[in-house]
Design a protein around this ligand. Structure first.
Ligand code: FMN
Length: 157
């Protein structure tokens, strides 16, 4: 079958790509959060996310979470509202939201855990693209706390 024939049933404008809603945020792990806690979070994500059509990435390092969620808008916003009430973290900084017709960034990851030795690099990247001055301020604050050792009380076990 040639390409034109194979696409003849696809929606004409977006070639069948899904409309994806995406949220990215970072937060501080609550005191006492250890690798076993993080494993439980990821296990929950692996159970629930595929059912909701959600994929993404969770970075954890130096007591800081950084998460990318993508999927259908209703499911992502519902999950985010659960996550924001979760006592295993706090001080959530929303770094961005968007809705676009595009391919998934992480099509094979129900929720991939990435250990960040260099969470500083992740935060600096977020800072370099932050448009909201409040986010910029919050990220600078986190980086300062990271450097001063103030976050050592978080995520330690
Ligand atoms: C940093 C962080 C990331 C999380 N990511 C997810 C996730 O991707 N998917 C998920 O189902 N739950 C995730 N959770 C857990 C949710 O907050 C919640 O406990 C879970 O969805 C179960 O909700 P329920 O008890 O209302 O069913 C995360 C929690 C934290 C603290």
């Amino acid at each position: 079958m040639n390409v034109t024939e194979s696409m003849s049933d696809e929606p004409t404008e977006d070639f069948g790509l899904p409309k994806l809603y995406n949220i990215v945020y970072c937060s501080r792990a609550a005191a006492g959060v250890d690798p076993a806690t993080v494993d439980r979070i990821v296990a929950t994500a692996h159970r629930i996310n595929p059912v909701k059509g959600i994929t993404g990435m969770l970075v954890f390092g130096s007591g800081i979470f950084f998460q990318w969620l993508e999927g259908p808008r209703d499911h992502v916003t519902q999950l985010m509202s659960n996550i924001s009430r979760d006592v295993r973290h706090n001080s959530i900084i929303s770094l961005g939201e968007s809705e676009e017709v595009r391919e998934r960034l992480f099509p094979d990851w129900a929720m991939e855990l990435v250990a960040a030795d260099d969470i500083r690099g992740v935060l600096e990247d977020a800072l370099s693209t932050a448009e909201d001055p409040k986010n910029e301020q919050a990220l600078r604050q986190l980086l300062q706390e990271l450097d001063s050792g103030a976050l050592d009380a978080w995520g330690k076990y």
